[in-house]
Design a protein around this ligand. Sequence first.
Ligand code: FCB
Length: 452
Amino acid sequence: MDQPSALRFPDGFRWGTATSAYQVEGAAREDGRGPSIWDTFSQTPGRIRDGSTGDAGADHYHRYKEDVALMKALGTKAYRFSIAWPRLFPDGTGALNPKGLAFYDRLVDELLAAGIEPYATLYHWDLPQALQDKGGWQARDTALAFGDYAAEVARRLTDRVRHVFTLNEMLTFVEHGYESGVFAPGLKLEPAALHQVRHHAVLAHGLAVQAVRAQGRSGTEIGPAENMMIALPAVETPAHVRAAEAATREMNAPYLTVMLEGRYTDAYLAEAGAAAPKFTARDLEIIASPVDFVGLNVYTPGHYVLASEAEPGWAVVPMPASYPRMASDWLTIGPESLYWAPRHAARLWGVKDIYITENGTSAADRPGPDGVVYDIDRVMYLRNYLTQLQRATAEGVPVRGYFLWSLLDNFEWADGYATRFGLVHVDYATQRRTPKLSASFYREVVARNAVV
Ligand code: FCB
């Protein structure tokens, strides 16, 4: 017997891998690229666990041909990468740097020649430092500058790039960069300033949607790539499922909920009180500009919730200390999050096209004597998560594709290079690439369009 038909994905399901500019490109000072807040942050002692920076990354800037060949060997037909804003506009605004754009021209052409569809993210956290110096996301002007940058990308690349994501994980870069300060730019803002940063992020998203519609080739599709806070029903009964949906809507109030509903929830505004963001009705219209799809980055189950008699009708179950995790301490294991995340988005907001824009795991990943990493823990993680994604598609939840994070080991933000997320191992001393066991697993999934 070959594959049980129950574990097959719909025909035409798009399988891909994902990376981001600062994490893989390297070449931080080449061809006129300006500094970003991640350059500044990683050069500040004590910010990155192993004291590293993204200066070299996985040297993808020079090795992109080899990396496209790796994607081809996996059989993937889609690739999600991000464009470094400071490569195109070294100071964030002003004149386009043609050499910076030329890299993405080369990459896109190489992908298309290999039969791989490019999916470009406009912002994966590498804000030009020059804009940070003028207030960064605390300044409304940054959102306007983002709209201008998006318009230029649309003019230059949408003849070949048909799918564009606006901002990657607003929730993560805002909460980690401006509240806890563990990510660039390392700030710890008071509530009013923090709420305004959140508002500027969603405003930037809306402005980019409008810019790409106005300047892109017709048929260009655009949407966010957000790490939705996922409330899971602690037990799958109708009452707990309803509670989980309500909790998901509320937990995402300043991000997906306002983007897809065009208003901040009453509970969010009441909770913020005097610190609530300042906004106009026009802002809300921009923020809720219609999108073509919603991208969801899914790693952890987030929160398990129960139906409750008391307001608001749901209660969060505290995570037990014994709950299982992967190599990153934040990465709790909850395969069913890959079922519930798209299902909640479809039910709550009527989203008709969903991509899983990231999913994957870190692992300790030591090469064996033959140089190969036998990462059976990553295979276990992926098999379990993909089984739940298949359950979603089998029930008609409209998931169109899946981008595994990540193609390559890379610079994992404040964790540096010690934390590895790749299907392909990178020896940073030589930049040699060696596919792990999980790459063989994923190649089979892609080839059979089914969980194996
Ligand atoms: C996500 C980020 C991505 C990567 C993974 C592990 O939050 O979007 O860049 O770091 O986590």
